[in-house]
Structure formats: structure tokens, C-alpha cells
Design a protein around this ligand. Structure first.
Ligand SMILES: *[C@@H]1O[C@H](CO)[C@@H](O)[C@H](O)[C@H]1NC(C)=O
Ligand SMILES: *[C@@H]1O[C@H](CO)[C@@H](O)[C@H](O)[C@H]1NC(C)=O
Ligand SMILES: *[C@@H]1O[C@H](CO)[C@@H](O)[C@H](O)[C@H]1NC(C)=O
Ligand SMILES: *[C@@H]1O[C@H](CO)[C@@H](O)[C@H](O)[C@H]1NC(C)=O
Ligand SMILES: *[C@@H]1O[C@H](CO)[C@@H](O)[C@H](O)[C@H]1NC(C)=O
Ligand SMILES: [Mn+2]
Length: 609
């Protein structure tokens, strides 16, 4: 797996924050228009798409560079000297040079509304040909004849009509008719007029030829993603359900490999592999298969498969995956038996992780199926700037509370929330906890050991958050300029660059913590001479035998175990305070959140994992 695949979405979002914070050393102001509104008020799907976009942005790094199919032929007549009306618009970066001014205006307007090129979509055939991006071995596979039937559920909110039609067309064209039980369209209360009468007319037209093939479920109010998926599942009657977005086109033979896998074991929950459809040219870009996973903040991300999969040396084979990224295919009844989806999850984020964990712990498994491919349209612009993290936190805490046992505090650590009294309402979890009991699901530890061993368990963390010296409580230890390895004292802003983690081993990480065992953190180090505190990659520093272990209890000094020097503040000639290493004078430090063990009275030791 290529490097890019391991980068989490959080990281990308982090970059935005960190680059402001770190490079220029300006205290970041929180965006006023990003203040949290009530979740119901937030246009759920817009945010869903944003997150997906970011996921796919990362995943483009793992695309096969050799794919060069330009499916989309722009057959717009050449005009001389047309003024570019929107030189800054992402839509016209590589596309649309030959459009008239009128056409540009129409295309830009549609683009602003939908975030992808609806102007072009409206002009492409519904049954356009897309390149076969599968591994060549896929077309050689032979699937059983008597496969289970499939209901395809398409969830949407204010999608462009031509995009939905193309999704439906591709499903009808590329799914064997005797296997396609129905297509269920779930409209989560779109306001788009196109999706009312015009879509109904299209449905009637298709149903005339194939009675009952398309069903429509329309929510009278916006209910959110988990509920939209639930109502699709409830309306479905096929043996297998595929719950998809509506801005997709399925590839040739997409259904058979999924159905064969479920026929072999009905407890297997599957995801196809998504290709990316560029928002401007609607070209299909091939993605290679990867597992779907997450970090401790429960942002989803691509992950390498388990070693066994690589040993097969056959990338057409299904691979076990810690979770799904959103799109899922499962035996309809089995999905019901294990509780379908947690309807207590309000906004996108975490609910796919919840499903993955639940499936694994309660007797099933999750796999990514490379021979089943789906082209998925990315969205370009982000018309709003919501505080995604606020929305994520609630769901992440809910998943942690229900499923993560003694590891649930890792979610608090990842989001830098207090261990108790964080004041975030996670809804009523009684029913889901009862479900877990009823299904006799395994402990979360089993999942970490057997399903997702790459997730670092964070067993030894005793304190986390910003580190402040009693002398100057407005300032915090900060990782300092990046690139660079000199931590500094800086006005507290509480973002990633100032997050510190004190471990039972004595290490102090500075500048956020990595969720995965294959990543390394940066450790506060006493270089032995001079007064400059230094940050080293912990794995490297350990190998080299550097002095990275510190004695610390809450409200006490930070003293190096080997050199006996302390991290302290010293006043320069300019009267400013600087972070230094020196002979201990008894300066006291406080870390923002501490487990009882760090508080020094040992009345309540951190649960051992
Ligand atoms: C697409 O549909 C049109 C009209 O039904 C048909 O003539 C054409 O052959 C189809 N193209 C493909 C690639 O199936
Ligand atoms: C749902 O749709 C109806 C009719 O289009 C509209 O009046 C109502 O405001 C919508 N509700 C939400 C929450 O969008
Ligand atoms: C189906 O998969 C589950 C989970 O991996 C496994 O425990 C079970 O033994 C499998 N059943 C069959 C019939 O292979
Ligand atoms: C939570 O849900 C359970 C079962 O659905 C119910 O018995 C309980 O009263 C609820 N708790 C609260 C605080 O609403
Ligand atoms: C010791 O434990 C108690 C109870 O858990 C707690 O209130 C207190 O803050 C802890 N720390 C110290 C230094 O007493
Ligand atoms: Mn999508």
C-alpha cells in the first residue's frame, strides 16, 4: 500500500489548522460561521459529501497512474475568443474552454448548486461507457448461477436528476435482471423540484417496462443518513441489500462477486471498491483496493489489508477490512439480526465505523471486494464551512460508550476531551447496549487483537492535552515551527501543535498523537548538553538511546530520568520566558487532562488494558 493511503482525513483537516498555527505562529481564530448549530439544522448530506471528498482526495494518491481513459468527449463546438467568465472557478480549470458565455453561466450556476458538473452530466448519455478498471483476473472469474437477489438502495438529498438517472440506468444495465429485485430510491426530503414530478415520470417509464422495479421512499422531513439508510432497508425485499449513494455508476459485473461472497457466508458484510469520478470532466479514475478503517477520532481512512491478503498475490481477491466507508452490501436479514444501523447516530461520521465494529464483534466479518467496482462522483466545492469535528465527536463518543469498553477513553484522548463531564449529549445508548448483550458480542479487545491490530492501543497514556507551567499559565508547550525540532513556549490555543501526551513509560509526545502503530510520534528529548529542549521521532530516539524518559506527576516538575535536568521556563534579557533545560528549581507543570494515576494519590488507577 502506498504511503498516501495511510494518511487520515483528520490529518488533512489538521493541516489546515496546523499550517495557520505553526508556520506563521498566529493564534488561529475560530471561524464565526462555523459555530455549531443544532444537528437537525445542519444539512447533513453536504457534510457527508465533504468528508467523502476529503477521503477521496487522499485516496487519489493511490490511484493507478496508468489509467488514462478519457471517457468524456466534450463535443462542444469551437468558438473563437470566448471570454472566460469564471477564471477562478474550479469547474473551468481544465474543462469548458469552448463554452459560450451563456453556457458558462449555466454550467457555473449548476456547479455552484450541486458541486459537480451537472451541465456536462445532462449532456452525456445515461448509458455512457465507463472503462473497466478491474483487475484483469476479475473478468475470468466464474460465479455460481443461483445467487441471491439484490435490492439496491440509493440515498440522496438534492442530487442532480441526470446523475440519479445514470445511477439507475447503470444498475439496470449491469445487474443480471433475474438478480435485481428492485431499486429503492430514498429521498431524504430534497427540495429540488426536479426530483419530484420529473423523477416520478422517469420511474413510471421504467416501471412500465419492468413493473415494481423502482420504489421511491420520500422522507417528509430530513432524517439524516442512518435513518435514510434504515428506511431503504425497511422497504427492500431482496435477499441482499446494497446501500449506496445516488451519485454513482456501477461497473460491469459489480453485483456477482458481492452476491457470491454473501452466498458463501451470509454474515459477511461487504464493500465494493470505489473509483473516483472527477467533478469537472466526469472522467473515471481508477482506485486500487484498500481496506476501510479509521483512527481513534473515528475518522474513516483507507488502510492496508492484512498481510495474508498480500501473500495471495492476487488483488482480485476479497480482503478483510476493519470497517466500511459508507457504502455497504449485506444479507438483508442478517443485517436486521445485528441491528441494521444505530439510529441514534445523528450526523455522518462514525456510523460506518460502528457497523464495522458491531459486525465483527457480533459474529460476522467485513470485506472489501475488488472485483466489484463502483464509480463515485466527487464533489468539488464546499459551500459551507461547518465545524465537522463537533458533529463527529458526538457520534464517536457514542460508539465508544457502546462498544469500546476500557478503550473508550481513547476517543476522549483523540479529541482532547476530558475523561468525564465533557458535556456532550450522546443520546440514549440503553437499547444499543442491550443489543450488544443480546447478541453476546465479543469484547472490543478482541477486535483490536484480531481485526485491527494496526490501531495503537494507547495503553500507557496517563495525561493528555496542553502542558502549562505554573509561572505562566497563559502559555503552553508547543511543537514549534514545522519543519523543525525545537519546541517553544507559545500562547495557548489548544490545537494539535500544543497537544502533549505523558506516558507511563515516561515519554512525552508533543504535537498530536498518532493512532496507528506504523506511525511514530515525536518525543521531548534532553540532548544532554545546552539548554535547548529537542523533539525527536520517538522510535529513532529510542534506538539511539536518547534521554526521552521523564518523571512527572500532575502539578510537579518534569525531570529527565537520565540527565536529572528539568524542563523549565527561564526569562531572557528581553523579559520574555523561554522553554529551557536546566538544573531543577522546582517549577511545576500541569497537563490539561490527567488520569488519576498521574495525580499521584493512586486512589483510582487507570483501568489496565
Ligand atoms: C445506449 O442507449 C442507446 C439508446 O437506447 C443505444 O442506442 C445505445 O446502443 C446504448 N449504448 C450502449 C453503450 O449501451
Ligand atoms: C421537507 O419538505 C417539505 C416539502 O418540500 C418542506 O416544506 C419542508 O420544509 C422540508 N423539511 C425539511 C426539514 O427540509
Ligand atoms: C462465516 O463467517 C463467520 C465470521 O467470519 C465465521 O465465524 C463463520 O464460521 C463463517 N461461516 C461459514 C459457514 O463459513
Ligand atoms: C433510554 O431508553 C431506554 C430503553 O429504550 C428507556 O427505558 C430509558 O428510560 C431511556 N432513558 C432515558 C434517560 O431517556
Ligand atoms: C486524589 O484522588 C481524589 C479522588 O479520586 C481526587 O479528588 C484528587 O484530586 C486526587 N489528587 C490529589 C493530588 O489529591
Ligand atoms: Mn458519496
Amino acid at each position: 500500500m502506498r504511503i498516501g493511503a495511510r494518511v487520515s482525513v483528520l490529518f488533512i483537516i489538521g493541516i489546515i489548522v496546523y499550517s495557520v498555527v505553526n508556520v506563521s505562529f498566529i493564534r488561529p481564530e475560530r471561524n464565526n460561521d462555523s459555530t455549531l448549530q443544532k444537528p437537525e439544522e445542519i444539512e447533513l448530506f453536504q457534510r457527508l459529501k465533504r468528508i467523502e471528498d476529503e477521503v477521496h482526495e487522499i485516496a487519489i494518491n493511490i490511484k493507478n497512474q496508468n489509467v488514462k481513459e478519457a471517457v468524456v468527449k466534450q463535443k462542444i463546438t469551437k468558438k473563437t475568443e470566448v471570454k472566460k467568465l469564471y477564471p477562478k472557478s474550479a469547474l473551468f480549470k481544465t474543462w469548458g474552454a469552448e463554452l459560450t458565455e451563456e453556457e458558462q453561466m449555466e454550467a457555473e450556476k449548476l456547479f455552484q448548486e450541486f458541486g459537480y458538473n451537472v451541465f456536462l452530466s445532462n449532456r452525456l448519455p445515461l448509458n455512457r461507457t465507463i472503462p473497466d478498471t478491474r483487475d484483469p483476473r476479475c473478468s475470468l472469474k466464474i460465479y455460481p448461477k443461483d445467487l441471491p437477489t439484490i435490492s439496491v438502495i440509493l440515498i440522496y438529498l438534492n442530487e442532480a436528476l441526470s446523475v440519479i438517472k445514470r445511477a439507475v440506468q447503470s444498475i439496470i444495465d449491469k445487474t443480471p435482471a433475474h438478480l435485481l429485485k428492485e431499486i429503492v430510491l430514498v429521498d431524504d426530503n430534497s427540495s429540488n423540484e426536479d426530483l419530484k414530478l420529473p423523477l416520478d415520470k422517469y420511474i413510471d417509464l421504467i416501471n412500465k417496462g419492468k413493473p415494481g422495479l423502482i420504489k421511491k421512499v420520500r422522507h417528509k422531513k430530513q432524517m439524516g443518513l442512518a435513518k435514510a439508510r434504515m428506511s431503504g432497508w425497511e422497504a427492500a425485499t431482496g435477499q441482499v441489500v446494497a446501500i449506496l449513494d445516488a451519485h454513482i455508476e456501477v461497473h460491469k459485473e459489480w453485483a456477482e462477486p458481492l452476491l457470491a461472497q454473501i452466498k458463501a457466508n451470509r454474515t459477511t458484510v461487504l464493500s465494493p471498491v470505489f473509483d473516483k469520478v472527477l467533478f469537472d470532466t466526469l472522467e473515471v479514475i481508477k482506485y486500487n483496493p484498500a481496506a476501510h478503517a479509521f483512527d481513534w477520532s473515528l475518522w474513516c481512512m483507507y488502510e492496508r489489508f492484512r498481510p495474508e491478503w498480500y501473500k495471495l498475490k492476487d488483488p482480485s481477491e476479497p480482503g478483510k477490512s476493519p470497517s466500511v466507508m459508507g457504502i455497504l452490501v449485506a444479507d438483508r436479514e442478517f443485517l436486521g439480526e445485528i441491528g441494521v444501523l444505530d439510529e441514534g447516530m445523528t450526523i455522518y461520521g462514525g456510523e460506518n465505523v460502528e457497523l464495522g465494529i458491531r459486525v465483527w464483534l457480533c459474529g460476522g466479518s467485513v470485506e472489501v471486494v475488488p472485483c466489484s467496482k463502483i464509480a463515485h462522483v466527487e464533489r468539488a466545492h464546499k459551500p459551507y464551512s461547518p465545524d465537522l469535528s463537533k458533529l463527529m465527536i458526538r457520534n464517536a463518543l457514542r460508539v465508544a460508550e457502546i462498544w469500546m469498553d476500557e478503550y473508550k477513553s481513547n476517543v476522549n484522548i483523540a479529541w482532547n476531551l476530558p475523561l468525564k463531564d465533557h458535556g456532550i449529549d450522546i443520546g440514549n445508548v440503553t437499547e444499543r447496549k442491550q443489543l450488544r448483550e443480546k447478541l453476546k458480542c465479543k469484547p472490543f479487545k478482541w477486535y483490536l487483537e484480531n481485526v485491527y491490530p494496526l490501531l495503537d492501543r494507547w495503553d500507557d497514556i496517563l495525561g493528555y492535552g496542553v502542558l502549562k507551567n505554573d509561572i505562566l499559565k497563559t502559555h503552553c508547550i508547543d511543537q514549534g515551527p514545522v519543519p523543525g525540532s525545537v519546541p517553544v513556549l507559545f500562547g495557548c490555543h489548544y490545537y494539535g501543535p500544543q497537544r502533549c501526551y505523558y506516558k507511563r513509560t515516561g515519554e512525552i509526545y508533543v504535537g498530536s498523537i498518532k493512532s496507528h502503530t506504523y506511525n511514530s510520534n515525536r518525543c521531548l528529548t534532553d540532548p544532554g548538553s545546552g539548554s535547548t529542549v529537542t523533539l525527536y521521532n520517538c522510535k529513532y530516539a529510542k534506538e539511539k538511546g536518547f534521554s526521552i524518559y521523564w518523571d512527572f506527576t500532575q502539578g510537579k516538575e518534569i525531570r529527565n530520568k537520565k540527565t536529572n535536568r528539568c524542563i523549565e521556563l527561564a526569562q531572557g534579557q528581553d523579559t520574555y520566558y523561554y522553554l529551557v533545560l536546566q538544573a531543577c528549581t522546582g517549577q511545576e507543570w500541569t497537563i490539561q487532562h490527567a488520569f488519576e494515576e498521574l495525580k499521584g494519590n493512586f486512589t483510582e488507577v487507570k483501568a489496565t488494558k
